[in-house]
Design a protein around this ligand. Structure first.
Ligand SMILES: *Cc1c(COP(=O)(O)O)cnc(C)c1O
Length: 230
């Protein structure tokens, strides 16, 4: 049964997070699992919720909006982890509790405007670019603090912290060390912005070693995604 498969995946990932914490002397309670449910049916999310998962992540608005709407009664925190275009902001603000991909002022302004209009408070993480590939999104490390200051001054949003995706073909530990430095600088100015969203199925151990508070796990939890195009 699907619920048995998911329960097994959850046990395994929980063990991996626990071991990663133990290896660096961190408390297991410091790390929250975000189940990345993109491409999975709403029923998978329902099962995760029954198994005690409270944080789910999605990266495409259309799909996320449909699931969040269908599952609106469940006690879930919805994390939007994908790149976000301003024309999708109205929809995303309608269901997302935390947006992990805030990387430019224009986007922040759009989120704020919409959050105020909808009477919502949306958590914002500054996505940090850890490589020079602009297609993957993120603010340059040197620009993060200024953007964080803006979030803190902006209506309708709260500053959660920082997020990053490890660059392809580089040591994740090295990238996450940069992220940790950025996170530390943000926290010096904004002590409550404690979230560090880093680590996916392949690199969660390194992310936890460098201070991740939120790991975003899809494949290792729910199995391999089927490709969209066959
Ligand atoms: C898909 C995705 C994840 C999860 O990746 P897995 O390798 O399946 O664990 C995490 N973060 C972001 C931004 C993603 O798009």
């Amino acid at each position: 049964m699907r619920s048995d498969e998911i329960a097994a995946g959850l046990t395994e990932i929980d063990t991996r997070i626990g071991e990663a914490c133990q290896a660096v002397g961190r408390d297991r309670g410091e790390v929250t699992l975000i189940a990345v449910t993109k491409t999975r049916p709403a029923d998978d999310v329902r099962i995760l919720c029954e198994l005690g998962v409270r944080d789910v992540g999605e990266n495409r608005d259309q799909e996320a909006a449909a699931k969040a709407h269908e599952l609106a009664g469940l006690p879930l925190t919805w994390h939007f982890v994908g790149q976000l275009q301003t024309n999708k902001v109205r929809s995303v603000v309608g269901y997302a509790d935390v947006i992990h991909s805030v990387d430019r002022l224009r986007l922040l302004e759009a989120i704020s405007k919409e959050a105020v209009r909808q009477g919502r408070k949306v958590g914002c993480l500054i996505q940090v670019a850890l490589d020079d590939d602009p297609s993957r999104g993120g603010a340059r490390p040197a620009d993060v603090l200024a953007l964080a200051d803006e979030v803190a001054l902006t209506e309708g949003v709260w500053l959660g912290g920082v997020m990053a995706v490890a660059p392809l073909g580089e040591e994740p530990a090295r990238a996450f060390a940069v992220l940790r430095d950025v996170a530390t600088r943000v926290q010096e100015q904004h002590p409550r912005a404690t979230m560090v969203s880093a680590g996916m199925s392949q690199d969660l151990v390194e992310a936890v070693a460098y201070g991740a508070t939120h790991v975003r796990i899809g494949t290792a939890l729910l199995g391999r995604r089927r490709p969209f195009v066959r």
